[in-house]
Design a binder for this molecule. Structure first.
Ligand code: SF4
Ligand code: SF4
Length: 333
């Protein structure tokens, strides 16, 4: 939730926005307009990347204000019927079912089938999994300018995970982790278990099995997901995992705090701009000497992989790279 008392209207958040070209004066004007409840132009220029929440030095959460106004004014031009149809796609009528566990479960969100290969092998062996729409976090709707949908389902999402009785829940999807460590506390929702990001789980596993790792010697451009804006503290774990498996994260302009969105959601509401964002991202990756793209979010992989492949860049999920280093998947030539 935007905290007006923390905002000094400096405009820095929107000066840093990678999708508009505002100077400080213009950015401050936009913030003033939003606070006053008016439909400022940033609302339709915004591609919902969450970055301004990370940029704000006083943690005023400007994206939360933008999201609220986008929904208020329908700024992204997405028909309410389309949002409702998308929400209905994730509806569940059945009771939540949870597996027996020893205090720890893995949540695969809705990716257990589409990304089945990532869950195979030794990494997650013996770890009970929950999956499917009961465990979908709805952060997607923030990307559609419909934050009230995300909020409406947040408590149920937490309750369904809590129903496992596990003390520790490992989250495969960056969105789900962000919901638990960032959004849920903002909504005043108590999370009665410890959320652990899959990258932290991976780090622990690889550190305990160093002797089984063959370094890959690959240079990758890391695609930092928008959801990582909600949990920037885990960047160390990303670096640690890549280091453990002998993969170099190339230094490039659009990484870390300066990362670009994969533009998958923008295809829905800004189809003209989306290809240009992807091109900017891949130009940067290639210019930095990357041999491949590395993804943490399966949706980023969907969003970027076609264009990347057309430009000669292979793409791997970070779990896939870990499995290669453990000898479970073939290493690219
Ligand atoms: S939200 Fe933060 S960065 Fe943006 S104008 Fe307010 S204080 Fe400055
Ligand atoms: S969410 Fe991203 S695109 Fe939207 S205003 Fe903030 S930084 Fe810019």
């Amino acid at each position: 939730m935007f905290d007006e008392t923390r905002c000094d209207r400096c405009g820095d958040c929107l000066v840093r926005c990678l999708y508009v070209d505002y100077d400080k004066e213009r950015a401050a004007f936009e913030i003033d307009e939003l606070i006053a409840g008016r439909p400022a132009p940033i609302l339709s220029a915004c591609i919902t990347c969450f970055a301004c929440n990370e940029y704000c030095p006083t943690d005023a959460r400007p994206f939360d204000l933008i999201l609220e106004r986008q929904e208020q004014f329908g700024s992204l031009g997405i028909a309410p019927e389309m949002v409702a149809a998308e929400e209905a796609r994730y509806a569940v009528t059945s009771e939540v079912r949870v597996p027996e566990n020893q205090g720890r479960v893995l949540s695969a969100c809705v990716f257990s089938s589409s990304d089945a290969e990532l869950f195979e092998g030794r990494l997650f062996e013996g770890l009970p999994m929950v999956k499917g729409r009961h465990f979908f976090c709805y952060i997607l709707f923030d990307h559609l300018g419909a934050g009230s949908v995300t909020r409406r389902h947040a408590q149920t999402f937490v309750d369904n995970l809590a129903a496992t009785g596990a003390e520790e829940v490992i989250l495969f999807h960056d969105d789900c982790y962000g919901m638990l460590v960032d959004r849920a506390p903002q909504f005043g929702i108590n999370v009665p278990f410890r959320p652990v990001h899959v990258i932290e789980y991976l780090r622990r596993y690889l550190e305990a099995h160093r002797q089984d790792i063959t370094p890959l010697g690959l240079r990758i451009a890391y695609q930092r997901p928008c959801a990582s804006r909600m949990s920037p503290g885990k960047e160390d774990a990303i670096d640690a995992v890549l280091g453990l498996i002998g993969v170099e994260r190339v230094q490039r302009r659009y990484d870390r705090e300066n990362c670009l969105c994969c533009a998958l959601a923008a295809v829905t509401f800004n189809p003209q701009q989306a290809p240009a964002i992807r091109q900017r991202n891949l130009d940067d990756a290639l210019g930095a000497g990357a041999q491949a793209m590395c993804y943490l979010c399966p949706m980023c992989r969907i969003g970027l992989s076609d264009d990347a492949r057309d430009r000669g860049l292979a793409g791997y999920h970070i779990i896939e790279l870990a499995r290669m280093a453990l000898g479970e998947l073939p290493v690219p030539a």
